[in-house]
Design a protein around this ligand. Structure first.
Ligand code: FAD
Length: 404
């Protein structure tokens, strides 16, 4: 069995470490942060969207593009960048938008999500880690009748490939989630996915890391930033750091989310990832808050009751890497959320504001492959909007690659 380093302790890296440790490898989990799960995985919308792996580049988004470009949709923002990688990413994004490509990408994502779902069920049984996992079900709320009617085609397609999704009237949706009776947004209808689940991705990262150290003797190297890879005749030999000596490894998996693009000189595949920044607000769980996860399609908001907290997440800002968050965007998120649910109307002292970068590829499919340049280095990056959903499936795929 091999000595394998996993670079990145977000949901993707920790899941990869788990599958590799279970296969008998000695794993060293490395992260620049002091604890696991502090990157994009920390405050996400918590959705395990087994049946909603819809690729971002789609005919619907292209129809909406003029409104986005003109700044008429507060949920989206594009910062134009004088960077050839940005231009190439944009062109490849557009090339993935036609209906046939969108469905091919979506199918591939759904297949990966199905692997994840199976792996997560086994993991929860084996490890008994606590991460507020719950089979919550999900309701996608459509504000206009035309949009709701158009959703029927997608639901038919999903049903045809085995997913349980149902078209509900507002009244039927209120039966499923009584808290919708006081939802102040328009609801022309809802798509209900009873099999979708949720869980706290950050708690998962922390608890699973602790389990791996305890049960599999995994080594952790936290608070250390990887700055490159040492090779001999094109074969990986060691991981390089700025502030400590190299560590020798047999192979490594790069699972550094948007951080991978900073290593793109050695790993050019990482250029295909752009950060799409999102925001969330988490408040103590109010009594009577919706228990079923909600997505407001028009406002692009996701609501989730996670343990004793209630969270809204949203916004998609295509920004330069490392640009940081914009404080005013929390105001945009709160205004949108409080316009439909009173829970977010008043800011409280225990509210948690969070922002993170979704590592997004033009096709929305993650990059799971061997490095072109460095033998023994594998990539598991670019999970975009769905990293929590796809983490364990991707981990399984990369472990299968390593196993040959
Ligand atoms: C607002 C929002 C809502 C979301 N909602 C959902 C959802 O409901 N469901 C879902 O499935 N997905 C969701 N996502 C997407 C999901 O959170 C991400 O796809 C996922 O967290 C990516 O995981 P990751 O492990 O690849 O990256 P990260 O979690 O960012 O982890 C990467 C880690 O690598 C480390 N790192 C980077 N560079 C280096 C380096 N050089 N050396 C050492 N360490 C390094 C970082 O410190 C970080 O800890 C959402 C994202 C956002 C922003």
């Amino acid at each position: 069995m091999a000595d394998i380093a996993v670079v990145g302790a977000g949901v993707v890296g920790v899941s990869t470490a788990y599958v590799l440790a279970r296969a008998g490898h000695h794993v060293t989990l490395i992260d620049a942060a002091a604890e696991p799960g502090t990157g994009a995985s920390a405050g996400n919308a918590a959705q395990l969207s087994w049946a909603y792996g819809d690729a971002m580049a789609s005919p619907a988004l292209i129809r909406h593009l003029p409104a986005i470009v003109l700044g008429r949709d507060p949920a989206f923002r594009i910062s134009w960048q004088a960077d050839p990688d940005f231009l190439i990413w944009g062109l490849r994004f557009l090339a993935n938008a036609p209906a046939a490509r969108w469905w091919a990408n979506t199918r591939a994502i759904l297949d990966l999500a199905a692997v994840s779902r199976q792996e997560l069920a086994a993991l929860l049984l084996e490890t008994e880690i606590s991460c507020d996992y719950r089979l919550a079900g999900k309701l996608h709320l459509y504000g206009d009748a035309a949009g709701f009617r158009a959703a029927q085609a997608m639901v038919d397609r999903k049903n045809a490939v085995g997913f349980d999704q149902r078209m509900l009237t507002r009244e039927a949706a209120e039966e499923v989630e009584p808290a919708l009776r006081r939802y102040q947004g328009e609801i022309a209808g809802a798509v209900y996915t009873p099999g979708d689940a949720l869980g706290d991705a950050a708690a998962y990262c922390r608890a699973l890391t602790a389990h791996l150290v305890r049960a599999y003797g995994m080594t952790t190297l936290l608070g250390r930033r990887v700055c490159g890879f040492s090779t001999v005749n094109g074969r990986l030999r060691a991981i390089r750091f700025l502030d400590r000596e190299d560590i020798a490894v047999d192979c490594a998996v790069l699972a550094a989310g948007t951080g991978a693009s900073l290593l793109s000189r050695e790993v050019p595949e990482a250029r295909a990832i752009r950060p799409v920044r999102g925001y969330s607000l988490t408040i103590p769980l109010p009594s009577g808050a919706p228990r079923v996860s909600l997505t407001d399609v028009k406002r692009k908001l996701a609501f989730a009751a996670i343990g004793n907290r209630f969270r809204v997440a949203g916004l998609a800002d295509i920004v330069p890497a490392g640009a940081g968050f914009e404080a005013s965007r929390f105001g945009v998120l709160r205004t949108a959320a409080s316009s439909v649910l009173q829970e977010f109307q008043v800011a409280g002292p225990d509210d948690i504001r969070w922002s993170g970068e979704r590592p997004t590829t033009p096709s929305s499919q993650p990059i799971i492959c061997s490095s072109r340049r460095i033998r023994g280095l594998y990539l598991n990056i670019g999970h975009g909007m769905l990293g929590w959903t796809l983490a364990l499936g991707s981990a399984r795929r990369v472990a299968d690659l390593i196993a040959g």
